[in-house]
Design a protein around this ligand. Structure first.
Ligand SMILES: [Zn+2]
Length: 374
């Protein structure tokens, strides 16, 4: 796969080319930590949900067809995203999204998924948290005996009121919901205000045993301020994106000391931020020993899955197999899966590497750092 930039600076993805590396990546056991359940929605879901919920097709179908992949920056993506999401009305819609994505992920040898879901997006249409959780529980029940495991992470939106987030957290912490959700996150939705006000929500969630994460967008004027907030003030367990940490040595050292995970999605960033150098930044962070990993973000909207995102890393940075394995090892180690599941996934990953001629010793130590500072 190649990323090309059109004259307006907007990136597009060319045809996927098959290679030995692609086959290696397809067969590699994988772990997905930054995928938004609503972002897995494909055009077929929009049609089905619109019909069964008695709604007109959303504007993105008219007049010139579906506008997936045709974004002109973050705000345009949000407009298309929210337009598409308007057809979600019932718990069954969430159940179907969950089952369909897990089946697809299973066919790509994904062993474990942590899904973000964003209840606040749906409240105005009368879709309550109870409806969503009921649908998700049914989806998990249907997939109980499959060879893929998943947990949910409730993602708050920083442009919504704190009180709303607090009320949602109260519902989430009820005994009957605790088993479903492993953590909370915060998505900034293109908002450049620093979300200090969510600190007490995060403290409350942490005190109740939930893990925490925060999306730190890249290439913004205050990217480093967001990272400082996430690392030092909110003290989150994991950061989504955040590769601009390379701009601030003291924060980079803090992340290294705390073994902080960074979940990165190179294809969505290339769509939304033009011809950015994030793949090079991700690879440089890996060289520095940061627990950075590769994910797919909104695979339905980007029409690009986890393997496609790993493929981009090969095309843009020359990623070799041991580096692909390191990304997955980092994903497993910084996941919020139970320890026995982590151990099983690590064993499967190492078996795959060895079966493809890899040497486990190459994964450790201070082997030469090949990648230039981007
Ligand atoms: Zn994300």
């Amino acid at each position: 796969m190649t990323i090309e930039t059109s004259p307006d600076g907007h990136s597009s993805i060319g045809p996927i080319s098959m290679s030995t590396m692609t086959e290696f990546l397809k067969g590699m056991p994988k772990c997905e930590l930054n995928v938004h359940l609503e972002g897995t929605m494909e055009s077929s879901h929009i049609k089905i949900f619109a019909v069964r919920n008695g709604l007109a097709f959303p504007d993105i179908f008219q007049p010139s067809g579906l506008r997936y992949k045709d974004f002109r920056g973050p705000q345009d993506f949000l407009n298309v995203y929210q337009n598409a999401l308007s057809v979600i009305r019932t718990g069954d819609d969430f159940k179907d999204l969950l089952i369909d994505y897990l089946r697809k992920a299973q066919s790509m040898r994904v062993l474990y998924v942590e899904f973000y879901f964003e209840p606040q997006v749906h409240l105005e249409r009368g879709v309550s948290l109870d409806m969503i959780l009921k649908g998700l529980k049914e989806g998990f029940e249907a997939m109980r005996n499959e060879n893929i495991k998943a947990q949910m992470v409730l993602c708050f939106l920083s442009d919504r009121p704190v009180q709303e987030a607090d009320d949602i957290l109260t519902m989430l912490l009820k005994d009957e919901n605790k088993a479903l959700v492993v953590g909370i996150g915060l998505n900034n939705n293109g908002n450049d205000q620093l979300p200090f006000k969510f600190r007490r929500i995060f403290e409350r969630a942490r005190a109740a045993g939930l893990k925490t994460s925060m999306h730190c967008d890249i290439d913004m004027e205050n990217s480093v301020d967001f990272l400082r907030l996430a690392l030092l003030s909110m003290r989150v367990d994991r950061i989504d994106g955040g590769t601009d940490i390379l701009d601030q040595e003291s924060l980079l050292q803090e992340a290294l000391t705390r073994d902080m995970g960074f979940t990165c999605c190179p294809i969505s960033k290339s769509y939304l931020r033009g011809n950015c150098v994030q793949p090079e930044q991700i690879m440089f962070l890996l060289d520095q020993g940061v627990k950075v990993s590769i994910h797919s973000d909104d695979p339905g909207f980007m029409v690009a899955n986890l393997v496609d995102n790993l493929d981009v890393m090969e095309k843009k940075t020359g990623m070799v197999k041991k580096e692909a394995v390191k990304f997955q090892e980092n994903a497993i180690l910084t996941s919020w899966a139970p320890d026995d599941l982590k151990l099983g996934m690590l064993n499967s990953l190492y078996e795959h590497f060895k079966s493809q001629g890899g040497n486990l010793g190459d994964l450790d130590g201070d082997e030469e750092r090949d990648h230039e500072f981007p």
